[in-house]
Ligand binder design. Structure first.
Ligand code: URP
Ligand code: ZN
Ligand code: ZN
Length: 461
């Protein structure tokens, strides 16, 4: 059924209007004042609401076998959680173990989504080893519409690659026109410092931070940017957490390196003291890079405003507190499954603590939570914009809503919420995915299996 969203305050990354928006089939077909209502149209009165393009999370893990366990969501729970929080498109990181080739990894991750996704999704292809067959496999994967790669300079022995593999990956990415996303931490420093800490009797979650101080991340960014400079590849630093790492990216950009930067909602809002909470509670907040000194937060907000940081992602990595984090890592921080869930709450937190606290304006909010990811990863203007011809992914947002985040009642399949009790000042009232209503007032009313895999052409030549 066609949809008319009436009397909305439409906000894009660089446009703003009071207008009606008409969606036919899967597409936005008209935008204007006092649009006619053809018979059979569902009318949504958006008076007093904000109307945004569907939000895009550029970094999630729904299927993640990691550290002896597996992240808790699947495409059913994860994509529903995404939609409830206003995210209509997510990017999933394909992270094959080193024992699995790229082609097999690709098929494995594609199969996970088959018939289960409620929102649209795309992938970044993890390159966790680079051997004789890898180049041809990656060429094929890029041809099939996955035009971005992912490398880990961390996680020695799991996903981490060595410098020869990094060099070859970046050279190939340059040739194929694919963006390379990178987890930047020096894995040798992490492993050595962790070993020293445990030998000195430090086994609690505070050891995680101490083994990965800001310089370890900054060295990773510097390292990646040197390789990008020499190969001409375009790179994207995922989950950038601190001023030191940001400075390396800015310096590289000034030298002409094509580097973009992502931060996470976690780094903007919570700090290292959370991971130091007693009684095991700190384990909930162990992720890599670790949560930082609070002073980094204002640096990151400033970098978002100035455009140095392009995107705010969730890096959603849902591991239960009891059955996973505590059970596996309670005795030794090196075994705590790394990650903090945030897919469902990313947008509401960014709105409540970014826009409402005067740290960013509405256009910056849309850019950071939607449009910039679409532009960087080849989806714009089909996604990330309210424009004629775009997919009708629309978030009608209620700025009058007040509520508190809680694990009880959340859709993401994990036994805690890292933002438990935090007040939110707004939430999606109606969310549409390609012209069909998928969320109404906090209830999922969409369709499991309707989510579509998005193919993207390579663009970074
Ligand atoms: O701690 C994190 N970030 N876990 C998820 C995997 C990754 O490094 O992105
Ligand atoms: Zn990472
Ligand atoms: Zn991640």
């Amino acid at each position: 059924m066609p949809l008319l969203i009436k009397n909305g305050h439409l906000i894009g990354a660089d446009t703003e209007a009071f207008a009606d928006l008409y969606c036919e089939g899967e597409t936005i077909t008209r935008i204007g004042r006092d649009l006619e209502v053809p018979p059979g149209t569902e009318v949504i009165d958006a008076t007093g609401k904000l109307v945004f393009p569907g939000f895009i999370d550029p970094h999630t893990h729904l299927h993640l076998p990691f550290m002896g366990t597996c992240a808790k969501d699947d495409y059913v729970s994860g994509t529903q959680a995404a939609l409830l929080g206003g995210t209509t498109t997510l990017f999933e990181m394909i992270c094959p173990p080193r024992s699995m080739g790229a082609g097999e990894g690709y098929e494995t991750w594609l199969a996970q989504a088959e018939g289960k996704a409620a929102c649209d999704y795309a992938h970044h292809m993890g390159v966790t080893r680079f051997d004789a067959g890898t180049a041809d496999e990656l060429r094929e994967i890029v041809k099939r519409g996955t035009a971005s790669l992912k490398v880990f300079l961390a996680y020695q022995g799991a996903f981490g690659i060595d410098d020869t593999e990094l060099y070859r990956t970046l050279k190939l990415a340059r040739e194929l026109g694919a963006m390379v996303c990178a987890h930047c931490e020096n894995e040798t420093l992490v492993a050595e410092r962790a070993r020293e800490l445990v030998a000195a009797g430090v086994t609690g979650p505070e050891g995680h931070y101490q083994s990965r101080p800001p310089r370890v991340e900054a060295e990773g960014v510097h390292h990646l940017c040197s390789f990008a400079e020499l190969t001409g590849a375009s790179v994207y630093c995922v989950h950038t957490s601190c001023a030191e790492a940001l400075s390396e990216a800015v310096a590289a950009r000034q030298r002409g390196v094509k580097v973009s930067v992502e931060t996470l909602i976690q780094y903007l809002l919570i700090d290292k003291t959370y991971a130091e909470r007693p009684g095991g509670e700190g384990l909930k907040y162990v992720m890599s890079p670790p949560l930082r000194e609070a002073a980094n937060q204002e640096v990151l907000w400033g970098a978002l405003r100035s455009g140095v940081v392009s995107t705010v992602a969730s890096d959603h990595a849902p591991f239960d507190f009891y059955g996973q984090k505590l059970a596996l890592g309670g005795e030794d921080f090196r075994n705590i499954p790394n990650g903090i869930p945030a897919l469902e709450d990313r947008v509401n937190l960014l709105y409540s603590y970014g826009v409402k606290r005067g740290r960013m304006d509405l256009s910056q909010f849309v850019a950071a939570a939607s449009t910039n990811a679409a532009k960087l990863f080849g989806l714009y203007p089909r996604k990330g914009s309210l424009s004629i011809g775009a997919d009708a992914d629309v978030v009608v947002y209620d700025p009058a809503y007040r509520g508190r985040l809680a694990a009880a009642g959340q859709r993401q399949n994990v036994d805690y919420n890292a933002f438990e009790g935090w007040e939110i000042e707004g939430r999606p009232w109606v969310v549409t995915l390609r012209g069909q209503v998928a969320v109404r007032e906090g209830r999922f009313v969409g369709e499991v299996g309707r989510g579509r895999r998005l193919e993207r052409a390579a663009t970074y030549f």
